[in-house]
Design a protein around this ligand. Structure first.
Ligand code: GAL
Length: 987
């Protein structure tokens, strides 16, 4: 066979300079980003055929027929070709290292002049640096080839000096979508070729710094930091704040310092100077270790409250603007995220600068995943084939050299989901030799043979508990087992945030706070990778796998983040924030136990407040004195009694204390007053409401029945009007539009919950009317609710009574037969006029809540619109349920639209969960994108739930835990309906 073309060779590439640290220096640099010229060819041969006439790298080549393209950027997101999504299946035949003939090839061309003040060539050379090209590039400058590179999310540098001219430098880059490197880059994400990170020209002064390594350890026993900067060539180090002046490179000095931690990201500014160049240093002193079975920083166990972060922007893909990166980090910090795993490749280098600055623990992961070999029994897996080892080592070296000086990076990760193999061991050895100061992570080899921490993904809480107790299932090899059992444990992925969810975060957190071995984890994942699109009539939606006509794809599995694609925080992020909050509150209103859950910071950075609410109204508030507890420390504080004056003013109703911890002063990531943690404590229950006295008597009126304000259809007993409001009567509802977690796409079809619900027919329940009877005190409707073709069902009785003004509905449900599945929900649904678009309620809010995701929901009075209650998950599904609702009012949005009534009041006895939508559950379930949902012009569809099934994380992980399952069981619940007077709606 002829030798392989360059893009199919297993080698890392050719012509590159040795990898080195990313640093800012006094040497000039030229950002080559901007508008380039671009031509796309469907195959490599087609691209090369163009070269036959005139090579595009040549000066004078006529590119007038080409398109413009923004660099950095992906060409499929700029109108050339299209994106494609697969989770782990390679979108081409698995025949490493060969790639398909259809290999989209983008020729990029830029002609640039040097700025007038660019130094002359006799003062040094120049380097062309490409921070990221997906997946293989061949580079020419001035018509001369510089080399070839693979390793999409890693930098490459070429020596450009000898070829540079003052004017008309022609930079030509040929980029192939597919290359041997594609086999090593099978991450669960869009396939998106292009020059997607910066391209820069760096002046390299003669005698300048080639590379440097900052060693800045911290001894927590003495409070001293030891600094040594190794540099090539040598130079002199100055750190004015530490009194370090002119320390020769390579020499150590030990001085008192404040350490760097994610909670206290103390950086010291310094410089490394040679005669020719000054390099800026940002030094963070910290020591990472695995000691006594724990992962420690500066001598203390840390708890990772982390997220997995892919680089994503809905318009620009992985070419994420700097401002977006920064905003992401601010959003993380504001949601109590303290750690990021850079799944599954080193991020843009500026991201790590921001992590140093703002304070995040980082697991820096290599650009390596061969997951698609799992689909072929791992045959030919590159990580177990020595011919690929140079490429593996090259990737490891490029990551470590680039990122070695970041204090935020505390673990190196060898890659993700590559199975096992010798190549990984060699990469680990290389990294360890180069940087003994950071432990190594890799999840894919359960033996942990090459790693310093034990890591798993999606382990169930039960398994995590066993690991916490160090009683997990043993490995076959006793030596490896003993070694692994002594390692600290992290969940590098857990709580799959796809669609509505994850449920069960709090159950994991409890384990992390109970077992010191369990040092937290990283939610999968930070953001949905939806691509912004518009319908022909201009409405925006987010596309996912299959929307670009891919023949192989994994649908919306690419949308599994805590942020929606436009970076709107999802309810899952609010839940995460509440669950991991670094201040814990225990006890009750009689005595609140406050614990500092930080690992390093004392509570001095927070100010505490209390407030006292009656019936959802704050009647008194004030500061709460909490001692500046050290990490782990706790104290009991007393609340109340509330000032008598406040009580005199207070309305009647249930009362709550809310305690909250806010930033005492501005930080780099939020302003003073930003709430970090909170809790509520019940002060007094609602005064017992007198039960509705059934004084009204029912009567027949032609085809209608009348009871108090209610009009019913005599044939089926459904409510048709309440006062002047048309209503489509409440009837039992057990169906919800399956969530992604209900759909469980990774499970066997027969095990999928949504599939089992469908097979049983819970989406097509029939309501048989057994009896509609007027009784002395009201109306009794007996029914049997059941799906066709099954002999199970729910005997359901609706008992209506009225005091002449309000209507009370008592529902009794009696399951018949064997219910093999949990119920999605148990409640009643009804439709009310579309004009009732304004919703106010007293209960849990402001956001949605489900049984296993309810920590962010606090009791209060809330207000929204029906539209505002919706969470626009990328693939529409059950959402928006407000839990613990004591009462809700639905009124006209602008006070208008209703002729005879001010609106509707619904009371729980004592509570219900409320969903209100402008479409039915069936329409919600059928929609593929948010724009498929068209508002019903006539009706708002309400579901008033007694209970819902939990959410779980079964789209990739454990299902709903037993405590949150909704089993069919005899159940009674009741609701009271009233109409609000016209004009002046009131609560
Ligand atoms: C993991 C994988 C991630 C992602 C996740 C599911 O197995 O490491 O990249 O695919 O599952 O969303």
């Amino acid at each position: 066979m002829p030798s392989l073309p360059y893009y199919e060779q297993r080698s890392p590439g050719s012509g590159a300079l040795p990898p080195r640290a990313a640093f800012a220096s006094s040497a000039p640099r030229l950002d080559l980003g901007g508008r380039w010229r671009f031509r796309l060819s469907p195959t490599v041969a087609a691209a090369e055929a163009h070269d036959g006439q005139a090579h595009f790298a040549a000066d004078g080549y006529d590119d007038t027929g080409w398109a413009d393209l923004t660099v950095p950027g992906h060409w499929p997101l700029q109108g050339h070709g299209s994106p494609a999504y697969t989770n782990h299946r390679y979108p081409f035949p698995v025949d490493p290292p060969r790639v398909p003939t259809e290999n989209p090839t983008g020729d990029h061309r830029l002609v640039f002049d040097l700025p007038a003040d660019w130094p002359d060539s006799d003062s040094g050379g120049a380097v062309l640096r490409l921070e990221g090209v997906d997946s293989c590039c061949r580079v020419w400058l001035g018509g001369t080839e510089l080399g070839v590179s693979r390793g999409s999310r890693l930098p490459v540098e070429f020596d450009a000096g000898p070829l540079l001219r003052r004017t008309r430098n022609v930079l030509a880059v040929r980029v192939h979508q597919w290359s041997s490197g594609s086999y090593l880059e099978d991450q669960d994400m869009w396939w998106l070729p292009g020059i997607f990170r910066d391209v820069t020209l760096l002046h390299r002064p003669a005698g300048g710094v080639r590379d440097l390594s900052v060693h800045a350890g911290y001894d927590h026993r003495t409070g001293l930091g030891t600094l040594r900067v190794d540099a090539d060539p040598g130079g002199r180090v100055t750190v004015p704040e530490l009194g370090v002046a002119d320390l020769p490179a390579g020499q150590a000095t030990t001085v008192p310092v404040q350490p760097w931690t994610a909670e206290t990201p103390r950086l010291y500014a310094g410089t490394l100077a040679t005669g020719a160049e000054r390099v800026e240093l940002r030094i963070g002193f910290r020591t990472v270790a695995v000691a006594d079975g724990l992962l420690t920083v500066n001598g203390r166990r840390i708890l990772l409250r982390g997220v997995n972060r892919h680089e994503w922007h809905p318009d620009h893909g992985r070419a994420v603007p700097y401002a977006t990166m920064r905003d992401d980090l601010l959003l993380m910090k504001r949601h109590n995220v303290n750690a990021v795993r850079t799944s599954h490749y080193p991020p843009h280098p500026a991201f790590l600068d921001l992590c140093d600055e703002l304070g995040l623990w980082v697991v820096d992961e290599c650009d390596l995943e061969t997951h698609g070999f799992a689909d072929t029994g791992w045959r030919g897996n590159p990580v177990d084939d020595p011919r690929w080892t140079p490429a593996l080592l090259d990737r490891a070296a490029r990551m470590v050299e680039r990122d070695k000086n970041h204090p935020s990076v505390i673990l190196w990760s060898l890659g993700n989901e590559c199975g096992t193999g010798r190549g990984l061991g060699e990469a680990a050895d290389h990294i360890r030799a180069r940087d003994p100061g950071r432990p190594i992570h890799y999840e894919g080899d359960p033996s942990c043979r090459h790693t310093d921490v034990y890591s798993r993904m999606y382990a169930s809480p039960e398994e995590v508990r066993r690991i916490g107790e160090r009683t997990e299932e043993p490995l076959d090899d006793p030596r490896l087992d003993a070694r692994r059992r002594a390692l600290p444990f992290v969940l590098c992925e857990y709580a799959h945030a796809m669609g509505n969810g994850p449920g069960g975060l709090a159950d994991y957190q409890r384990l992390f706070e109970t077992y010191e071995r369990c040092q937290g984890g990283f939610v999968w994942e930070w953001i949905d990778h939806g691509i912004r699109q518009r319908t022909p009539d201009g409405r925006e939606f987010f596309a996912y796998g299959g929307d670009f006509g891919e023949e192989l794809h994994d649908g919306n599995f690419v949308c599994d983040g805590l942020l929606l694609p436009d970076r709107t925080p999802s309810p899952g992020l609010a839940e995460f924030k509440a669950v991991v909050q670094p201040v814990r509150f225990g006890g009750d209103a009689g005595g609140v136990r406050i614990t500092n859950g930080h690992d390093f910071a004392d509570l001095g950075l927070l100010a505490f407040r209390w407030s006292y609410q009656v019936a959802g109204e704050t009647v008194a508030e004030g500061p709460l004195a909490v001692p500046p507890l050290a990490p782990g420390g706790s104290a009991e504080v007393k609340l109340g009694p509330p000032p008598p004056g406040a009580l005199r003013k207070a309305p009647e109703g249930e009362a709550w204390w809310t305690v909250s911890a806010v930033l005492a002063a501005d930080t780099a990531w939020a302003e003073a007053g930003h709430e970090v943690a909170w809790a509520q404590f019940a002060a007094s229950p609602a005064p017992a409401r007198p039960p509705l006295r059934p004084t009204a008597t029912p009567r027949r009126d032609g085809a209608a029945l009348r009871l108090g304000p209610g009009t019913f259809d005599a044939a089926d007993g459904l409510l048709t009007a309440l006062g002047g409001l048309p209503v489509q009567g409440p009837r039992l509802d057990v169906w919800r539009a399956p969530t992604d977690n209900d759909a469980m796409v990774l499970a066997r079809p027969e095990d999928r919950l949504a599939e089992r619900w469908h097979r049983l027919g819970l989406h097509r329940m029939r309501h048989r009317i057994d009896e509609v009877r007027l009784v002395e005190t009201g109306l009794l409707v007996r029914t049997r609710v059941a799906p066709a073709a099954a002999d199970l069902g729910l005997r359901t009785a609706y008992g209506w009574t009225s005091d002449g003004v309000r209507l009370r509905l008592a529902v009794e449900v009696e399951p018949e037969g064997d219910w093999p599945v949990p119920l999605p929900r148990l409640g009643v649904r009804l439709a009310v006029p579309a004009a009732l678009g304004r919703v106010r309620w007293f209960g849990g809010g402001p956001g949605e809540a489900y049984p296993d995701s309810s920590r962010a929901s606090r009791i209060g009075r809330w207000e929204s619109t029906v539209d505002g209650l919706q969470t626009p998950y990328v693939r529409p599904q059950e959402n928006g349920s407000r839990a613990g609702v004591r009462y809700a009012l639905l009124t006209g949005e602008a006070g208008g639209g209703l002729r005879n009534s001010g609106g509707l009041r619904i009371e729980g006895e004592p509570e219900f969960a409320l969903t209100a939508r402008r479409w039915t559950t069936e329409q919600l379930a059928a929609a593929r994108h948010t724009t498929d949902l068209l508002p019903d012009p006539d009706w708002i569809h309400l579901t008033l739930d007694h209970a819902q099934h939990g959410l779980g994380s079964a789209s990739c992980g454990p299902g709903v835990l037993p405590a949150y399952r909704l089993q069919a069981a005899p159940t009674r619940f009741s609701l009271v309906f009233g109409v609000l007077p016209g004009r002046q709606p009131q609560g």
